[in-house]
Ligand binder design. Structure first.
Ligand SMILES: [Zn+2]
Ligand SMILES: [Zn+2]
Length: 112
């Protein structure tokens, strides 16, 4: 079983072709919308431009069960959820200010 305990292992995972393919699938599955915003009933007005085309928005694909704990679910589509940056940070208990310093760029925070 592959483990994702160290930064190096995680980085390798998030740079892998398998992950990049799967996160596209997860984004499609969730219609490129933050699932938490959806649950809360927020309409994501920023996601569509006036001409109907989708804006480039930062969406993250989050592991519901973290890969550190459940490496077996790292590539399980059912364990993935599309979230906005704000809710992704909340999910990880990160402080918004810390995100602003862009410390987490190597995590799941790759940009759509
Ligand atoms: Zn959200
Ligand atoms: Zn996450």
């Amino acid at each position: 079983m592959t483990e994702y305990k160290t930064e190096h292992q995680k980085k390798r995972f998030y740079n892998s072709g398998d992950w990049k393919r799967l996160r596209q699938e997860a984004l499609k599955k969730d219609n490129y919308e933050c699932q938490e915003c959806k649950r809360l009933g927020y309409v994501n007005l920023d996601s569509v431009k006036e001409d109907g085309k989708r804006k480039e928005i930062k969406m993250n694909v989050h592991h519901i069960q973290e890969i550190e704990e459940r490496p077996d679910l790292a590539l399980d589509l059912d364990n993935l959820e599309t979230v906005c940056l704000y809710h992704h940070n909340l999910a990880h208990g990160r402080v918004w200010k810390e995100w602003e310093k862009n410390r987490w760029a190597d995590d799941e925070l790759d940009i759509l």
